[in-house]
Design a binder for this molecule. Structure first.
Ligand SMILES: [Mg+2]
Ligand SMILES: [Zn+2]
Length: 181
């Protein structure tokens, strides 16, 4: 039976997003957003497979190495581990905006790859992120979408299923959509 998933953008949605021009030279810069732990604790109790889907143009631009990316991602996973959540896989686009790759959000490939690898039903899945490109990734992959205002606070996207203040409200919203059994 195919499962439903929640795809989380990482930077600006789960952890504090650093400007792309700033080199993440210290793991101290990896910090959770204020409601992340509470949000993920709630999400861990819902019946979804959870993934990260992240654009990392800094890899293409040489701002961070793969080794640094992995250290940062491991640190983020370590910080959220107490919630009991399991991030099954981190899907990454390592290309730049102008590389013309097939995987950079808003293209749906990261989500489609996950759907194939984990037999997901995307129509009952969600993409949550802080940018319109996250919303459009979900739209392009036929998931439902939530725009959270924890990254660039003023950003809008009228294609989002919902626009909410933070990941906590997003997970509460998803929780309320679940069919009662
Ligand atoms: Mg983001
Ligand atoms: Zn790519």
């Amino acid at each position: 039976m195919s499962k439903c998933a929640v795809f989380l953008d990482r930077d600006g949605t789960v952890i504090v997003g650093t400007p792309t021009y700033e080199r993440v030279d210290s793991l101290d810069k990896v910090q959770l957003l204020p409601n992340t732990l509470e949000a993920l604790k709630l999400l861990a109790n819902l019946d979804y497979l959870i993934f990260f889907a992240t654009n990392q143009a800094g890899l293409a631009e040489g701002l961070i190495s793969w080794d640094e990316f992995n250290q940062i991602n491991d640190k983020a996973l370590q910080l959220i581990a107490p919630t009991g959540i399991q991030i099954l896989k981190t899907y990454v686009c390592p290309h730049g905006e102008h590389d013309g790759c097939e995987c950079r959000k808003p293209k749906p490939k990261l989500l489609l790859d996950a759907a194939r690898e984990y037999s997901l039903d995307l129509s009952c899945s969600w993409m949550i992120g802080d940018r319109p490109s996250d919303v459009m990734t979900g739209v392009n992959a036929d998931t439902r979408t939530i725009l959270v205002r924890t990254g660039v606070p003023t950003v809008e996207c009228d294609k989002a299923t919902a626009t909410l203040p933070s990941l906590l409200e997003a997970v509460e919203y998803i929780s309320a959509q679940q069919p009662s059994e």
